[in-house]
Design a protein around this ligand. Structure first.
Ligand code: MLT
Length: 202
């Protein structure tokens, strides 16, 4: 058995990158399957459940307070997620996935990009923030990353999203950052932008 509780839906369209779906705090492996099917119809979907519990709510790493992260735990959990991706790729015979993460799921995807640059083929980060203040020097081979932020997001200050953007650009990612007139919740334009961006991946 694989190391994370997860759901897997095999792909039907040839050529579409598998999506790695990473839920927000309090979500689980079922939540983002409909979103994944909307964003990339026919793509294989791999959806793990975060292994940390905060008052019973699954997450992908520990935090000390909202927006204040236990960075040692971020590192450890990101590497565990990287191992799971490797296991799942062998088990299901899929290519390196494009992560689609929301909130806490976007933050672990950002950490994975900054710690294991070969784990992901790309990433859509909804409402992401800086997961590691001092990431190691890694080389992302122009990995495509779409960051979608909310202008009135009370959890992610604009400067924090901009810092994440710069960290990823410094590491070599090919970053597109768009800020939408919304809060922390996903909006319809998030879905449309992410779908078009995924459709345009090489
Ligand atoms: C986090 O803890 O990753 C962020 O505060 C986002 C959240 O999950 O609320």
């Amino acid at each position: 058995t694989l190391s994370f509780t997860h759901r897997f839906q095999p792909g039907s369209a040839t050529g579409a990158a598998p999506l790695l779906l990473l839920h927000g705090t309090g979500g689980d492996e079922n939540d983002l399957l409909p979103l994944g099917a909307t964003l990339s119809p026919g793509a294989a979907l791999l959806s793990p459940r975060g292994q940390v519990l905060e008052h019973g709510m699954p997450r992908f790493f520990r935090r000390l307070a909202e927006g204040v992260f236990d960075e040692d735990d971020v590192r450890r959990r990101a590497l565990e997620l990287g191992e799971f991706i490797g296991e799942a790729r062998r088990h299901y015979g899929i290519a390196a996935p494009v992560a689609v993460g929301y909130s806490n799921g976007a933050n672990i995807a950002a950490a994975l990009l900054l710690l294991q640059p070969q784990a992901l083929a790309g990433a859509v980060l909804f409402r992401a923030m800086v997961p590691l203040n001092q990431p190691p020097a890694v080389k992302l081979a122009r990995t495509p990353v779409l960051i979608l932020s909310g202008l009135t997001d009370p959890i992610v200050p604009a400067a924090n999203a901009a810092k994440l953007c710069n960290q990823l650009i410094d590491a070599g990612a090919d970053v597109t950052h768009t800020t939408l007139p919304t809060g922390h919740q996903l909006s319809q334009p998030d879905i449309a932008l992410a779908r078009d961006w995924i459709a345009g991946l090489p």
